[in-house]
Design a protein around this ligand. Structure first.
Ligand code: NAI
Length: 333
């Protein structure tokens, strides 16, 4: 099958080329992103493999359909960058990679916790400057601390398991509690307000939806323990960034580890080192020494990249061979 990858990153090439040995698709990599202006590059291809930064709006999809594309294979779990209704109308099938490695994101969340707690980001810079002082680097034992996990699906469950190994007391909120976590790891499910009130560290692992948008707002932040650490590897929109800045300025929030940011589109995943920063909220967040911000890299492990490539190619083969599409994305009606 002729498959074209838009927004192809260097780190994706080897996993795709390696995995494709088992599938034999005709692959073309492009580093340009997909939108209505670049859609013509897909002409003559049956399948477009898109990244989360590609803009698959109705106009772009209509052009793709006109150029003969039949399948949109998303190299992601999320699909909020695709106009699914338009795709349906245009008879374009959309498939995705529903899961690739919950370990990648859960382990990254723990990395953020340890970085902020033990101030690794500060000591790294200090030692480079030959400053070997320990002043200001005091952390705390994770053992015995209460960690609140909001959302115990694939990623939240793995996080609960890792933290149990640290000797943390794990409390959680999820409308669908996991009996396995309760039985095996003694995780206590409590109301969300209780997670906010009792946790020393809070980590977010819920999907972004109208219901979860600004889950962490001014009220939620004020209800948390003074000095709490907040970790977000979910989606930027889960946190009201204005309220976050106020809570950091007042000292109520102890620290924040953010792998995602509400206005990350057009900024994250790209090198802007020669540009002037236009987003004042992002600029303010970057001034706090107790904020660690990264560019949506929680998923970025070899294993996850391999699984993304393999599932994308498998999805294309299913389509080509007329097999049922296990990872089909359908519009909600
Ligand atoms: P999942 O679908 O397995 O689990 C989500 C859980 O959240 C479910 O158990 C669900 O019941 C629960 N939930 C839904 N609404 C809730 C609410 N209001 N309060 C508490 N719990 C709620 O999803 P998975 O794979 O664990 O991923 C979680 C999120 O992580 C994704 O939605 C995505 O936004 C993010 N993610 C981030 C990545 C990164 O690179 N930083 C990579 C992959 C996913």
């Amino acid at each position: 099958m002729k498959l074209i990858l838009f927004s192809g990153h260097h780190f994706e090439r080897d996993p795709f080329i390696e995995s494709n040995k088992a599938y034999g698709h005709d692959l073309q990599f492009l580093d340009v992103s997909l939108n209505k202006d670049t859609a013509k590059l897909a002409e003559g291809h049956d399948c477009v493999a898109a990244f989360t930064t590609d803009k698959l709006d109705a106009e772009c999809l209509a052009l793709l359909a006109g150029y003969g594309v039949k399948l949109i294979a998303l190299r992601s779990a999320g699909f909020n960058h695709v106009d699914l209704e338009a795709a349906h109308r245009l008879k374009l099938q959309v498939v995705r990679v529903p899961q690739y490695s919950p370990y990648s994101v859960a382990e990254y969340a723990v990395g953020l916790m340890l970085t902020l707690n033990r101030k690794l980001h500060k000591s790294y810079n200090r030692v480079k400057e030959l400053n070997f002082s320990l002043e200001g680097l005091v952390g705390f034992d994770m053992h015995g601390k209460t960690v609140g996990v909001i959302g115990t699906g694939r990623i939240g469950s793995v996080l609960a398991e890792i933290l149990s190994g640290f000797g943390c007391k794990v409390i959680a909120y999820d409308p669908v509690p996991s009996t396995d976590l309760v039985k095996r790891l003694k995780v206590s499910y409590v109301p969300q307000a209780e997670v906010f009130k009792s946790s020393d560290i809070i980590s977010l692992h819920v999907p972004l939806s109208p219901k979860t948008r600004h889950l962490i707002d001014e009220g939620a932040l004020l209800s948390m323990k003074k000095g709490v650490m907040l970790i977000n590897t979910g989606r930027g929109g889960l946190i009201d960034a204005h309220a976050l800045i106020e809570a950091l300025k007042s000292g109520h929030l102890g620290s924040a580890g953010l792998d995602v940011y509400e206005e990350e589109e057009g900024v994250f995943f790209e090198d802007h080192s020669l540009d002037l920063i236009q987003d004042d909220i992002l600029a303010r967040l970057l001034t706090f020494p107790n904020v660690f911000l990264s560019s949506h890299q929680g998923f970025l492990t070899k294993e996850a990249l391999h699984n993304i490539a393999k599932t994308t190619l498998e999805n294309a083969s299913d389509f080509e061979k007329g097999r049922p599409l296990q990872n089909l994305v359908v519009p909600l009606v």
